[in-house]
Write a protein that binds this ligand. Structure first.
Ligand SMILES: C[S@@+](CC[C@H](N)C(=O)[O-])C[C@H]1O[C@@H](n2cnc3c(N)ncnc32)[C@H](O)[C@@H]1O
Length: 230
């Protein structure tokens, strides 16, 4: 049976409320970070034996991370039943994610920023919407993604458990170590026993308490749920 950690919640203060209200920058990118990290997602999908692979993009912003995950999985295991759940506390950003559109200008910028190995995949993900400036993420990607507005500190039980959780560029907004550990603890409790946790090292750099490191890619670390009770 998977270990359930006891999370030490801080009383809600101004900092937490600020996070809960979604007043954080919502910058995101397709295939953000190093390609080694994305290879871990691909590997997990490739070797997945269960019925349905479930991935959480925690703090998903406008969905580019969730769409990237879905594109990678579709590429390596076109046969696989899977879903990517994106959660963000900002209702506005969740509406944008659900709409799954972007301008040609954003796409140009993303292509300039992304690791070039991902450009063919990015091209496949995008379809023209009106032939002018608006582009859409392809339905074969969006059909695999479900966006929910929720606070990561108060996730609804119905969200269930996940085989992979990505929580990148979110914890930097936790303004105390206790709050950051609380978030890690909550995410560890919804990660399946053999699941992967992918997160950035934070600033200042710290080691997530509720997980054991599998591989460190400097901009992200890949973890398993801690083998020992905390
Ligand atoms: C900088 S973006 C990162 C997006 C994406 N994970 C990435 O790495 O590209 C951070 C996102 O986390 C969301 N966020 C911050 N605190 C949150 C919380 N307590 N619950 C849910 N979402 C939160 C913000 O609304 C924002 O969209």
């Amino acid at each position: 049976m998977a270990i359930q950690a006891e999370c030490k919640t801080e009383p809600l203060d101004d900092n937490h409320l600020r996070l809960s209200l979604g007043e954080t920058p919502t910058i995101t990118h397709f295939f953000r970070g190093r390609s080694e990290t994305w290879k871990q997602v691909a590997l997990k999908a490739k070797n997945f034996q269960g019925n349905k692979l479930r991935v959480l993009s925690a703090g998903c912003s406008r969905g580019f991370e969730a769409f990237s995950i879905a594109a990678i999985i579709t590429q390596v295991r076109p046969d696989l039943d899977f879903e990517v759940v994106g959660v963000d506390n900002s209702p506005t950003i969740i509406e944008i994610a659900r709409n799954a559109s972007l301008s040609t200008q954003i796409l140009r910028f993303e292509k300039a920023e992304v690791d070039p190995v991902f450009i063919p995949l990015l091209d496949k993900m995008i379809v023209l919407s009106d032939g002018l400036d608006q582009l859409k993420i392809s339905p074969c990607i969006t059909n695999k993604c479900d966006f929910t507005q929720a606070d990561l500190f108060d996730l609804p039980d119905k969200l269930g458990h996940f085989d992979v959780i990505m929580c990148c560029n979110v914890k930097m907004y936790c303004l105390s170590g206790v709050q950051r550990d609380d978030l890690d603890c909550r995410l560890s409790n919804i990660l399946k026993a053999e699941g992967l946790y992918i997160t950035d090292p934070g600033y200042p750099v710290y080691k997530p308490k509720y997980f054991d490191l599998v591989e460190d890619f400097s901009d992200t670390g890949v973890y398993h749920k801690a083998a020992k009770e905390i």
